[in-house]
Design a protein around this ligand. Structure first.
Ligand SMILES: Nc1ncnc2c1ncn2[C@@H]1O[C@H](COP(=O)(O)OP(=O)(O)OP(=O)(O)O)[C@@H](O)[C@H]1O
Ligand SMILES: [Mg+2]
Length: 406
């Protein structure tokens, strides 16, 4: 077990006025620091320490600092979350996916999500992993309802959080498998296209929902040991003040839901940051319930706190910094998930329930014979990827392989 705390990287959005010195950062020291002026007529400063503070950094460098290590650890079988948080228009979507009107596969401008996809498949190839399985889910929480961004026609009321052995999954969302980075990128693009966005006074393409793009990665090493990790990439919607955004109608209603769910997220982080908190209010919102196993605990977690550096946004910048400081007190006890995907995702790679019941009723010998038959019928021989056997966990494949030899 690796015990640590959540990491926080603050990213400043470039400012228009170089003379505006309201927010300053000092990064190249043992203690990266953000200095925030108290107010227009006050020379006093608030001082915050973070894991890193980034000012005017490229998308590539930001990925190196925020994501590379966590993505690598997911390939080793740990769970990881990279979550962008901050006021509306502060650069969360820019950081997680890339700027608007730029293709996701633009190698210079692409954000953490497409870079993580590329890193995963490049690393799998470099490590020469004998066998692996990658699948993705992409959902948004819009006005306190789940939407499957890959199959948007799915009824929201059919999608729900399921918890089993401290593992959180979503019922009735699509989980396509991908064998190449190009396939995963296509899925990301498709989901991106279906996301809710709208314009207001502080952002012409403001995210109106929280989105979570998850990569489920299972690897089998040369000794046949399987490890499974999930990587959550979260682009939250930003907090909004109506006086600044001028939001009206449906945009104002969305803002109400966004602000409310961010308040619940803050309450969860406050509880998690306390030692021996008696109750963590995960069930207060869809977002906090869904993220229950993805913030701290058995999950390497990094928050990218995005801030404006303009004087006009000082109070929101301060509130982001305070949330981010809390996050740094949340403990992480990450463990490798051995034994395949079923250890991180109860719903994936599971036998059909009728078949499961049938198999359970039989004697061990009969089970062995039946499994061998199933394998012969639906197995992956000759590169065939479809059929029931494809839904078996990799350790079941190995087991069946052994049975066939007998
Ligand atoms: N680091 C950056 N460098 C250059 N432009 C940036 C940067 N961060 C954000 N921007 C620009 O600022 C605008 C708002 O960014 P973005 O949409 O990412 O904000 P957001 O935090 O996702 O806001 P919302 O909460 O409303 O979705 C965009 O035009 C984006 O291109
Ligand atoms: Mg956004």
């Amino acid at each position: 077990m690796v015990r640590s705390t959540c990491k926080v990287v603050v990213r400043l959005k470039p400012k228009d006025d170089p003379l505006d010195t309201a927010v300053q950062c000092i990064d190249n020291t043992a203690e990266p620091t953000l200095l925030v002026r108290k107010g227009a007529d006050d020379d006093g400063l608030y001082q915050f320490s973070f894991t890193r503070v980034l000012n005017a950094t490229s998308q590539g460098y930001t990925h190196e600092v925020c994501a590379r290590e966590i993505v690598t650890s997911v390939l080793d079988g740990y769970n990881g979350t990279i979550m962008a948080y901050g006021q509306t228009g502060s650069g969360k979507t820019y950081t997680m996916t890339g700027p608007e009107n730029v293709e996701l596969d633009d190698s210079e401008m692409q954000g953490v999500m497409p870079r993580a996809i590329n890193q995963v498949f490049r690393e799998l190839k470099r490590r020469r992993v004998p066998d692996f399985k990658v699948s993705v889910t992409y959902v948004e929480i819009y006005n306190e309802s789940f939407r499957d961004l890959l199959v948007p026609e799915t009824k929201s009321s059919d999608i729900g959080v399921s918890e089993r052995k401290n593992v959180v999954t979503l019922k009735n969302v699509s989980t396509p498998k991908c064998s190449t980075a190009a396939e995963a990128m296509e899925i990301l693009k498709q989901g991106q296209h279906n996301r809710h966005v709208a314009g207001h006074g502080l952002n012409v393409r403001s995210s109106r929902s929280h989105t979570v793009f998850t990569l489920w990665i299972e690897t089998i090493d040369a000794d046949g040991a399987s490890y499974a990790g999930k990587l959550n990439l979260v682009d939250l919607a930003g907090s909004e003040r109506y006086t600044k955004t001028g939001a009206e109608g449906s945009v104002a209603k969305e803002a109400m839901h966004i602000n409310k769910s961010l308040t619940f997220l803050e309450q969860v982080i406050i509880a998690l940051s306390k030692k021996n908190a008696k109750h963590v209010p995960y069930r207060s919102s869809k977002l906090t319930h869904f993220l229950k196993d993805s913030v701290g605990g058995n999950c390497q977690t990094l928050l990218v706190a995005c801030v404006w550096s303009e004087e006009s946004q000082l109070s929101e910048t301060l509130s982001t910094c305070r949330f981010a400081q809390r996050m740094m007190q949340v403990t992480v006890d990450a463990q490798k998930n051995k034994g395949g995907m079923s250890s991180v995702h109860g719903n994936l790679f599971k036998l059909d329930p009728v078949m499961q019941q049938y198999l359970e009723q039989m004697t061990a010998a009969a089970v062995a014979r039946e499994k061998a038959k199933l394998y012969a019928e639906f197995g992956r021989r000759g590169g065939e990827e479809e059929g029931l056997a494809d839904d078996l966990a990799p350790q079941e494949f190995l087991e069946l392989e052994e049975l066939r030899k007998k």
